[in-house]
Design a protein around this ligand. Sequence first.
Ligand code: THU
Length: 162
Amino acid sequence: MEVLKRESVIHQFNQIDELNITAQNLLLNAKDAAKNAYAPYSKFNVGCALLLENNEIILGNNQENIAYPSGLCAERTAIFYAGANYPTVSIKMMAVTAFANGYEVNQPVMPCGACLQSISEFELRFSKPIEIILQGNSGPIYIAEGIKTFLPFQFFIKELGM
Ligand code: THU
């Protein structure tokens, strides 16, 4: 018996100029942000750009640490900055990209589980889906209409939340 079913699609594009201008601009911002990552251990630079409801763009990148678990992913660096500095402003769109030292990242980089959970709570908090644009350093571009595409069943305790 099927109890719960969630369906969602990922739109694939092959070139950045197939995206609308807003999405193109956000992806280019994420690529710039990746250059400023602090990733001396993994040598895997991730960049994230958020488009807020007030049209401001927030950038984040991965921040590593010699005590490895102390580091933070690009997505959470960006969304926690948004939460800290724009606590009442929702996020419209997010772009994530990455490049590595020594090999070509030619597939979209999926946000890790912890980032999915954190992004998901932002959607819930503002009751607004966040469009998510993913690309490696090259290769296909994926666009999802919201976090549910990647995290259909989110951890949430109604009594502890909103
Ligand atoms: N990383 C991100 O910044 N975002 C993700 O979604 C996955 C992984 C970072 C963490 C670490 O600094 C490096 O990529 C290699 O795992």
